[in-house]
Write a protein that binds this ligand. Structure first.
Ligand code: HEM
Length: 135
């Protein structure tokens, strides 16, 4: 597995752990209410689990298993995926902080980072998706 996929999957698992923790806190608070402000974790829970975990896991695995080039660099323009990795994680953190603290500018910048991450990843992936060449 390429190093970049390892990092993306590690980061995704970290988001999963924190997202589950926040989900558990909200669930406990739903059963036995003890801290009403915990409901503010809901958008953070959603950001962490849908983007930080699910999307990042899919990107990390896709970078690894999508068809490789026969010449070097075999994974194509990997720098675009490094950029996507940094943008996606910064975006999720900014987004989560903006949702938690009620700072819409941070949430907006977070979404811009996440969209840019998606764009970088797609630009990298398109040349790797091609019909199987039988020679
Ligand atoms: C990959 C795993 C998960 C994903 C993608 C996910 C996603 C979501 C989403 C999208 C919502 C909003 C639903 C809505 O507003 O209708 C939500 C709500 C919630 N989630 Fe999760 N979740 C996951 C795992 C968990 C886990 C493991 C827990 C508990 C330990 C949990 C606890 C909650 C709670 C308490 C709510 C609020 C439900 C309510 O509005 O009453 N989630 N989750």
């Amino acid at each position: 597995m390429p190093r970049l996929s390892v990092w993306m999957i590690r980061a995704a698992l970290t988001h999963l752990g924190i997202g589950f923790l926040f989900g558990g806190l909200m669930l406990a608070n739903k059963g036995v209410p003890f801290e009403p402000s915990l409901w503010r974790l809901l958008p953070v829970h959603i950001d962490l689990l849908l983007i930080g975990w699910l999307l990042q896991l899919a990107m990390g695995v896709a970078f690894w298993i999508a068809p490789r080039f026969s010449d070097r660099p075999r994974y194509g323009r990997a720098w675009l995926v490094w950029a996507a990795f940094i943008l996606l994680n910064s975006g999720v953190l900014l987004n989560a902080w903006g949702d938690w603290s009620g700072t819409p500018v941070a949430t907006f910048i977070g979404w811009c980072c996440i969209l840019s991450a998606g764009l970088c990843f797609v630009i990298h992936l398109v040349p790797r998706i091609k019909p199987l060449a039988i020679t």
